[in-house]
Ligand binder design. Sequence first.
Ligand SMILES: Cc1cc2nc3c(=O)[nH]c(=O)nc-3n(C[C@H](O)[C@H](O)[C@H](O)COP(=O)(O)OP(=O)(O)OC[C@H]3O[C@@H](n4cnc5c(N)ncnc54)[C@H](O)[C@@H]3O)c2cc1C
Length: 805
Amino acid sequence: MKTTTRVAVIGGGVVGCSVLYHLTKLGWADVMLIERSELTSGSTWHAAGGFHTLNGDTNMAALQGYTIKLYKELEELTGMSCGLHHVGGVTLADNQERFDMLLAERAKHRYMGLETEIVDPEEIKKIAPVTNTDGILGALYDPLDGHLDPSGTTHAYAKAARMGGATIETHTKVIETNQRSDGSWDVVTDKGTIHAEHIVNAGGLWAREVGAMAGVYLPLHPMEHQYIVTDDIPDIYEMGSEHPHVMDPAGESYLRQEGRGLCIGFYEQPCRPWAVDGTPWDFGHELLPDDYDKIEDSIAFAYKRFPVLETAGIKSVIHGPFTFAPDGNPLVGPVPGLRNYWSACGVMAGFSQGGGVGLMLAQWMIEGETERDTFAMDVARFGQGVITPGYTLPKVIENYQKRFSVAYPNEELPAARPFRTTPMYDIFSDMGAVWGQQYGLEVANYFARAEGEPSYETPSFRRSDAFNATAREVTAVRNAVGINEVHNFGKYLITGPNAREWLDRVMAGRIPKQGRLSLTPMLSPKGRLIGDFTVSCLGEEEFQLTASYGSQAFHTRWFEQNMVDGVALENISDKRNGFQIAGPNAREVLAACTRTDISDMRFMDVRKICVGMTDCIVQRVSYTGDLGFEIYCDPMAQRQLWWTLWNEGQTHGMQPFGMRAMMSLRLDKFFGSWLSEFSPDYTAAETGMDRFISFKKNTDFIGRAAAEAERETPPARQLCAFEVNADDADVVGYEPIWIDGTVQGFCTSGGYSHFAGKSIAQALIPRALAHEGLAVEIEILGAMRKATLITEPLFDADGARMRGA
Ligand SMILES: Cc1cc2nc3c(=O)[nH]c(=O)nc-3n(C[C@H](O)[C@H](O)[C@H](O)COP(=O)(O)OP(=O)(O)OC[C@H]3O[C@@H](n4cnc5c(N)ncnc54)[C@H](O)[C@@H]3O)c2cc1C
């Protein structure tokens, strides 16, 4: 056995083998995989082998498309068979909401180049004759759906990796992983120790245990899952061609042909987590006992949808465990807080996603960044030290149960909540707050305070029943003053003699003088947007940064990777809370709450001010685009600050407002939002963030060369705003933009401007076409909506209110 290697991949399931192959494909040959038993000895061997592109996250869907297209390449490369059956598949919709979801997916697929189509019940009958289409409105047909041989495919990845120089040690169990002071690892196995520069945890069912060897908790959990293979069915084997896949969300089932019969699996509601306290090391090539009770209702439903099943005998039952993360997407990337330790686990659909996971991880390790935004599968998206096994378990159960449910853009899932709350939780609840959740934190979406406003927002693809409450809150901000919390900003304190110099290198924008703020993009070396920050200079050696709350671990990881001596970084996201007040009366409210004269406080000023009894950091800036202040304080004093501002606010028309109103208000100014307009998928010049880059500063900031190249040769696409002739549904994101009959762009986000009474979209379109008045069509839920490019903000176009004295 080799005793040194550049990368030690732990786990020889489909994911570990894909990672190993992709590392060799991208040029690293000195890599090895360590498997405690034979390859495929975890979840992989008993998988049903189905694959499909459908995924609520667009980047995940694209990576699933990559995975599926890779199999042919793998077969050609290795001469091995993956047992591919590209039979296509339909996903059924039995109600309008499900159909809306399919229409939205279809629209997204257009600019992704995926050839899906919407089919009606008659066509479904022709494509998938075993389906009883009673009550079915339509379906999404995907020609890429299919299935394969799980073992053959895993071995094909392994062979391709070996051909690229990788070695594979089977029957070798990793028992310890110990980090050396230089950041490399001793991987201790039952056959000896391997010194590795990097570790990849692809431990699948045992990923939790493998992670614990390095002292890290990975938020995933195994669930039991069962599918049934029938005896031969004449209707099937006499068809002449292979029956395609049928996904029936109403019945929470997936069905396909297996041999001369059918195979059907279920995501049943009475589901069961497996190995709650840890996966036994002696669990091997074995199945769990058959459990018909658990899937009794699902089978009864399936008999109605697929009547041929009723008379078919059962040949075999496959019941085994596989792992899920709290949101069902994989856990991939550098594990926050550890050097040279990478995660490739929590992959619940290894045959749809394994190729994409392997490619992204290999790019990340070898090239330093991935070619597209991977946040939806980034292991950092659950934070560092925030998520616990107690949180993961109910979330994973919820995810399993909702696997086939409609995923609405405004939906707030209920499991494991409330988890993290601020001192305002009870006060806001008493005021009618309707809560959402970000990164485990409760965030008020809106306040049901007026007659008829619902205390629960019904999930919908169309304008929701929170519409009127949101409108009322927007009006309060624009006409008087609104207040909400600033708890859902990620916040960092940067101190030390080299703080300014370091910020100048890490941030592309100008670092402000003492007492001032600046807005700045943070770029990757390739010039992609990896953050949009507000930097506040509180002292020559003291800076506060604010950005997206959900990206805390993502940003902290980046800061730590680029840290230098003489700089101290502290994540203070939950240590500094407070409020923002915004609207024409905001200044009067603040002035009345402090003895400090704030009349000379300019836009983008920051000051330390005592407000009521509380020392605060006050900055004059607001994402609402209005006159506004962000007021940060110690959470211990937050309630005192609240009562000071709220009591004073009563004489100024103050109303609380939530995230729904905030997202409407920012549209009035065409402000982008993180992971919609601003994400690693886009560059600064594409999104207009280049106006915040300081090309004048004498620093080789990260991403400078790429940003300068874009200045020389502007990118092909540009972010623009559109006024949409919408009906009862606004743009959410990723809807295609049609220009002269072809898809030439896509929406990044949108919504309803309650201030202007207009439906607004933001979209990336070809730069050459981006001029005022351009007429386009946007496909929203299957309907073509006329839209016009606009350049003048809907509110405060000259900035007089936001910036004015
Ligand atoms: C019944 C069922 C049906 C399924 N159907 C499908 C489907 O149709 N389509 C689909 O895409 N997915 C399906 N899946 C899910 C699929 O099986 C998983 O997504 C996939 O197998 C995960 O692969 P993995 O490599 O991450 O993990 P695993 O397959 O669990 O592999 C992990 C490997 O790591 C090894 N290992 C762990 N710890 C150590 C250690 N300390 N030292 C050395 N080696 C170690 C294990 O022995 C194991 O071989 C199904 C799962 C089940 C249970």
